[in-house]
Design a binder for this molecule. Structure first.
Ligand SMILES: Nc1ncnc2c1ncn2[C@@H]1O[C@H](COP(=O)(O)OP(=O)(O)O)[C@@H](O)[C@H]1O
Ligand SMILES: [Mg+2]
Length: 241
């Protein structure tokens, strides 16, 4: 459903992404894992249409042109950016309303907000609160709920567990697994490789802008080269956990 070939992204003279190939099939959770600076955010932003790139990105067989985020969103690609991107000085409810601005079916979209409140009762309890007053985990829920309100076909998640307490991080990974059960397609960018490889179907390991390993998530989790390169070489122990 999404196909990336020879993706390159430059920041001035710096080639942050150096020829990445990826495939995401409908209903899959595909993970991009790698250390800080590997090029994960740059890749997911290129797919969302937020950055110029070279190479090809196609979605349902049609090419996506660079820097076309609004069109990509309407086509069904919704990004939850690193750092969540919610507006802290606006209420929880107003942040959710931002999620439906691209919808033409406003009545149904309002009903979807009601469904989000059922799915995330904490957001309903805090609907009038300023979003900045929510905990980090609640803000992540809000960011995901807002993205889901565009009724995406592919959810692009950039480090959803970043900065969350372990318990909240588990809740976020559980939510991603639930979304998959509902049939959502997910591209999940994460540094927490071990937890990520448990929920993902397939994964790509990035290092300095290149894919150095890819395959079934279970196979990558068991791959000694992956654990030495990235997971710290001790199965069951996650760096920084
Ligand atoms: N706006 C920017 N300007 C210049 N260099 C950047 C910019 N954003 C990211 N980079 C560089 O691009 C590389 C990849 O960054 P990024 O995609 O954010 O990695 P990751 O998300 O895997 O941590 C890093 O070397 C980073 O320093
Ligand atoms: Mg990043």
């Amino acid at each position: 459903m999404l196909k990336v070939r020879g993706l390159e992204v430059f920041y001035g003279p710096i080639r942050a992404v150096r020829g990445i190939d990826l495939d995401i099939a409908q209903g899959e959770i595909v993970a991009l894992i790698g250390a800080n600076g590997a090029g994960k955010t740059t890749t997911i932003r290129a797919i969302a249409g937020l950055t110029p790139f070279r190479g090809e990105i196609s979605y349902d067989g049609r090419p996506l042109t660079p820097n076309n985020a609004e069109r990509n969103l309407r086509a069904g690609l919704a990004l939850v950016p690193e750092g969540r991107g919610i507006l802290g000085s606006m209420s929880v409810e107003d942040n959710l309303l931002m999620g439906i601005y691209c919808r033409s079916d406003q009545a149904e979209a309002m009903a979807d907000i009601g469904r989000m409140f059922e799915r995330f009762p904490i957001l309903e309890r805090r609907r009038a609160s300023m979003a900045s007053l929510l905990s980090g985990g609640e803000q992540q829920m809000l960011a995901i709920a807002r993205a889901l309100l565009s009724r995406p076909r592919v959810l692009l998640l950039d480090e959803p567990s970043l900065g969350l307490a372990p318990k909240m991080s588990d809740i976020v990974f559980g939510l991603i697994a639930e979304l998959r059960k509902d049939g959502m397609t997910v591209l999940l960018v994460e540094q927490k490789a071990r937890q990520t490889l448990k929920v993902a179907d397939r994964a790509y390991l990035l290092e300095t802008g290149r894919v150095i390993k890819s395959g079934a998530a279970a196979a990558l989790a068991a791959d000694s080269a992956v654990s030495e390169a990235f997971l710290g070489g001790m199965p069951g122990v996650q760096p920084g956990a």
